[in-house]
Ligand binder design. Structure first.
Ligand code: ADP
Ligand code: ASP
Ligand code: MG
Length: 470
């Protein structure tokens, strides 16, 4: 059964009864020709709502929590009524009520204790995907297709890093064979929840925000699928975020490496970890628009022979630049860097860019804003004596920055490209704060002032001739 197709539908592609109908039609069409596994996100904005509920619960805001739960229930009951004829509704309604009351139980526990333990958070936040999978499978059955919703906690086995878990591929493959393969053999279409999993001893986990793409690639690899199709709300992977650059162009083909660099540098269209499970088996991925079925989309492949220069420019706004500088000859810049990198390693923070100056014995690195507190805590702990004695200047944090990255396999060895990028940015009077180029030469990353970030993206896009009209 190596003609298996795994399809993932994102939040907007599952956002209403009408969108679920379209998603089901796409799935049914393929299911008529070959085995299909669907992976679904929560309906758009539902994950935000669930997280919001739990934040409010922790803060003791009972009334807001109740209002959020009413919204959650109404949205799913309404979609259910629009999707299913009267006689099919009762068991689905009961299951919606059960899932929401399980969620409410956890939220009320948080309210009572005033804390949000990561484990309960992961169990509760997957409720969005449980609800959308339930609706999609129930609707498919009304269309005469044998279908079952599957909680990925029964299939995707992960480590115990709650909120950002990593899959244990061997165990996941075994579970996928036990749980999903028999359904496929019986011509049943499984609709699996994206985003979640469970540890080997059954504790619920999630893979990080936007993680349903990753869930789909984990299952595609685990089942050795022929292809993975990721359905979203744009025509594919584009030369820039179309919300930032109006003339952004859809790329016909990109390599795994290009797509991964784009995702890691902020292109939300793909979760950064999506491609890793697919590399070994070279499973091709399509990024497609569920709102424009006639558009071909973007094919993500192991390699492309024509190296096409810079392909796309991305940006990331919620970042922080942390600077460290030695104040004493007792502590060389190199030693300070080693200590800081040790602290970053201990808290497993992701360093997006790093630059240093040997003369001033200083260096700075860029991280995601949501990792800032954790990073500063670890740095202060590790450099506690040096900071207390003034051997190191106080840690500086700049939040008024953004990251821009230009990506393309063909950039390797293109002379003058970096100069053109910097000139284009400076022409618009935007200050460049730091520059980093990975050893792969696939990406040039530039840190600029936050208020100039979008302008810089447009300037680089234009300079590199990436627009539709170029
Ligand atoms: P889904 O809910 O389907 O997972 P996302 O909202 O996570 O969808 O990702 C799709 C969004 O990614 C698009 O609406 C688009 O604004 C944004 N995006 C950012 N960079 C790019 C890019 N280079 N190409 C295409 N879309 C991009
Ligand atoms: N629903 C989850 C989120 O909003 C996962 C996903 O959509 O990919 O982060
Ligand atoms: Mg997404």
């Amino acid at each position: 059964m190596n003609n298996l197709l795994v399809m993932k539908f994102g939040g907007t592609s599952m956002g209403s009864a009408e969108r679920i109908r379209t998603a089901a039609r796409i799935a049914a069409e393929q299911h008529a020709q070959r085995p299909v596994v669907c992976v679904v996100s929560a309906m758009s904005k539902v994950t935000d709502l669930l997280l919001d509920c739990m934040r409010r619960a922790e803060g003791g805001y009972e009334a807001n929590l109740e209002a959020d739960i009413v919204t959650l229930r109404q949205r799913h009951l309404q979609a259910m009524e629009e999707l299913l004829p009267e006689p099919d509704r009762e068991p689905v309604r009961a299951e919606i009520e059960r899932l929401i009351s399980d969620f409410e139980r956890i939220a009320r526990g948080i309210l009572m204790l005033g804390v949000r333990p990561p484990r309960s958070l992961d169990e509760a936040v997957a409720t969005g995907e449980r609800l959308s999978a339930l609706l999609m499978a129930a609707y498919l059955r009304t269309q005469g297709i044998a279908s079952r919703d599957v909680n990925a906690a029964e299939v995707v086995v992960t480590d115990a890093v709650f909120g950002a878990a990593s899959p244990l591929m061997e165990q996941t493959a075994q579970k996928a064979e036990q749980v999903l393969r028999p359904m496929l053999e019986a011509k049943t279409l499984p609709v699996v929840t994206g985003f979640n999993g469970a540890t080997t001893d059954g504790r619920p986990t999630t893979l990080g925000r936007g993680g349903s793409d990753f869930s789909a690639s984990i299952l595609a690899a685990a089942l050795n699928a022929q292809e993975l199709w990721i359905w979203t709300d744009v025509d594919g992977i584009m030369s820039a975020d179309p919300r930032v650059v109006t003339g952004a162009r859809v790329l016909d083909e990109v390599t795994y490496a290009e797509a991964a660099e784009l995702a890691y540098n902020g292109a939300k269209v793909l979760h950064p970890r999506t491609l890793a499970p697919l590399v070994e088996r070279k499973i091709p991925v399509w990024s497609k628009n569920s709102f424009a079925l006639d558009k071909p989309g973007t094919k993500i492949v192991p390699e492309i022979h024509d190296k096409l220069g810079p392909r796309a420019v991305t940006s990331m706004a919620k970042v922080a630049l942390v600077s460290l500088e030695s104040e004493s000859a007792q502590l060389s810049g190199t030693r300070l860097m080693a200590r800081a990198v040790g602290a970053l390693g201990r808290c497993n923070a992701e360093v997006l860019a790093l630059t240093c100056s040997s003369y001033r014995q200083s260096f700075c690195f860029l991280i995601r804003q949501d990792e800032l507190d954790m990073v500063v805590e670890h740095l202060e702990e590790d450099l506690n004596i040096e900071l207390a004695h003034g051997y190191v200047r106080p840690i500086e944090v700049d939040l008024n920055v953004g990251l821009l990255a230009v990506v393309g396999e063909g950039m390797r060895g293109t002379p003058g490209l970096a100069g053109r990028i910097f000139t284009a940015i400076s022409r618009d009077n935007i200050n460049i704060i730091a520059i980093a180029q990975g050893s792969s030469e696939l990406t040039i990353a530039v840190v600029v002032r936050r208020d100039g970030l979008e302008t810089a993206v447009r300037a680089v896009h234009r300079e590199c001739g990436m627009s539709v009209e170029d």
